[in-house]
Design a protein around this ligand. Structure first.
Ligand code: PNS
Length: 172
């Protein structure tokens, strides 16, 4: 059984993330979606909420399970017996951001990172932009899975009716 970890903050999980996880599931026997902490970000959604939403989204995907990553990703990768980390690239900026992390994870645990190019139709979809669009009242229902949009709007303190959001403040 060859297991890969798809790590991320998933704050929130987007259709771009879902695309990358599904691509990883075509390459590996099992994919563990690792909901991790990025110390340079202040999340809108709690870790429990992000894990619960991801579990709902991937509930019907036999090869995919969702776990919370406490601490170093390199330790988590070892603890689940994964042979690789899989990350999606939307372009060169992603590569620039991801390559130091890939090298550090290899330094720490010997694990390789495999990069996949996501669906180019989703190349503009980033969690930070999704939150910004929602915060200023734009539609996010075609950027995130169905269960995720109301969770984002609720966390922003906006109306959960329709697909827009009123202005709100990030938590934590
Ligand atoms: O979705 P993101 O925020 O780009 O994902 C980054 C993430 C969460 C995967 C990264 O920050 C991470 O691995 N965090 C866990 C702690 C850790 O191992 N830090 C060192 C990374 S080299």
């Amino acid at each position: 059984m060859r297991t890969a970890v798809c790590p991320g903050s998933f704050d929130p999980l987007t259709l771009g993330h879902v695309d990358v996880v599904r691509r990883a599931a075509t390459l590996f026997d099992e994919v563990v979606v690792g909901v991790a902490r990025n110390s340079s970000k202040s999340p809108l959604l709690s870790p429990d909420r992000r894990v619960a939403l991801a579990r709902e989204v991937f509930a019907d995907e036999e090869r995919v399970r969702v776990e919370q990553v406490d601490g170093l990703l390199a330790d988590f990768v070892r603890s689940v017996g994964a042979v690789a980390v899989v990350k999606g690239l939307r372009g060169g900026a992603d590569f620039d951001a991801e390559s130091p992390m890939a090298l550090m994870n290899r330094h720490l645990s010997g694990v390789e990172t495999v990069f996949v190019i996501g669906d180019t139709r989703l190349a503009h979809v980033a969690s930070s932009l999704v939150k910004d669009v929602a915060r200023f009242g734009g539609r996010i229902d075609d950027l995130v899975p169905d269960v995720v949009a109301p969770a984002v709007l609720e966390a922003l303190g906006g109306a959960s009716r329709g697909s827009g959001a009123r202005r709100g403040e990030e938590r934590g």
